[in-house]
Design a protein around this ligand. Structure first.
Ligand code: PXL
Length: 273
């Protein structure tokens, strides 16, 4: 069985973060591991979020646990301080495919990380990435090009991010460029590939970004070629968004099991109830 690890934050509400990663790894039939860097909690009184970072020795010990045996692919998610980014980049094994989801902000939350940490992502982590998956906003920040408002600018940003060392850059266009059609742009260091698909009109898409990167990571572990991994991850997330649900008064999540219809698994037979 293929083993896939995430080094990421916990989203206590279960839509994003390592919860999304583990659910997605399972859907791909891989064995999921997780080292928790931080915990994002939601205040049920007013919908505000709080981020709590774990101490470095605790993160280090979890990373050591994860790598006590062989791992086939690794994803990084929320790494909310320069020290944590440095620790993770030091401890990442060198020969294993690494997917860096450069989490800077979250939906409905303040930015998790600020400029100083962004520099650490650029200098320490992106050089180790086989694939990085910024959204439009993160791509603008990482490339230092600011707001990206056209496909041409997405291409420029992808090239600049690739210069930092990431071998493949996938910029998630989301619905910001065009309300009807969304564009995911992939730069492989030489050529651009585009993956246009329709925008799904739902506000219940929390966790889509984490799920996308997790799906790519699991697919890579299973031996998919990179373009097939990206295409399958897009289809996986499209299905997850289509079945998104409101989870609490403040947020609606994607359903990670949609692509495989996991909600239909292990049902108790009606005639035996
Ligand atoms: O969507 C980015 C993200 C990543 N990681 C954690 C999160 C979120 C969004 O809320 O909670 C832990």
């Amino acid at each position: 069985m293929k083993k896939v690890a995430t080094l990421a934050g916990s989203d206590a509400t279960g839509g994003g973060g390592l919860e999304a990663d583990l659910k997605t790894f399972q859907e791909f039939g891989t064995f999921g591991f997780a080292a928790i860097t931080s915990i994002v909690i939601l205040n049920p009184e007013n919908g505000s979020h709080q981020l709590i970072s774990l101490d470095l020795p605790l993160i280090q010990a979890q990373i050591a646990s994860v790598f006590a045996g062989p791992i086939d692919a690794i994803k990084t998610g929320l790494l909310p301080s320069r020290e944590i980014i440095e620790l993770v980049s030091e401890k990442l094994p060198k020969q294993i495919p690494i997917v860096v989801d450069p989490v800077i902000g979250g939906k409905g939350t303040q930015d998790f990380i600020k400029n100083e940490q962004v520099q650490a992502l650029r200098e320490k982590l992106l050089p180790q990435a086989l694939i990085t998956t910024p959204n439009l906003r993160e791509a603008g920040i990482l490339s230092e090009l600011g707001d990206l408002t056209s496909e041409k600018q997405m291409q420029q940003a992808a090239k600049k991010i690739a210069l930092l060392g990431a071998k493949h850059v996938v910029i998630k266009g989301g619905a910001r460029l065009d309300a009807k059609q969304t564009l995911d742009l992939h730069y492989d260091g030489r050529n651009f590939h585009t993956y246009p698909h329709p925008v799904i009109g739902t506000p219940y898409n929390h966790g889509a970004g984490c799920t996308f990167a997790a799906a790519i990571t699991a697919a890579i572990a299973k031996g998919y070629p990179i373009k097939a991994a990206i295409k399958t991850a897009i289809d996986f997330v499209q299905a997850a968004i289509t079945m998104g649900e409101q989870i609490n008064p403040y947020v609606g999540h994607v359903w990670h099991g949609a692509y495989t219809h996991a909600e239909k698994r292990l049902e108790y037979p009606n005639d035996q109830r």
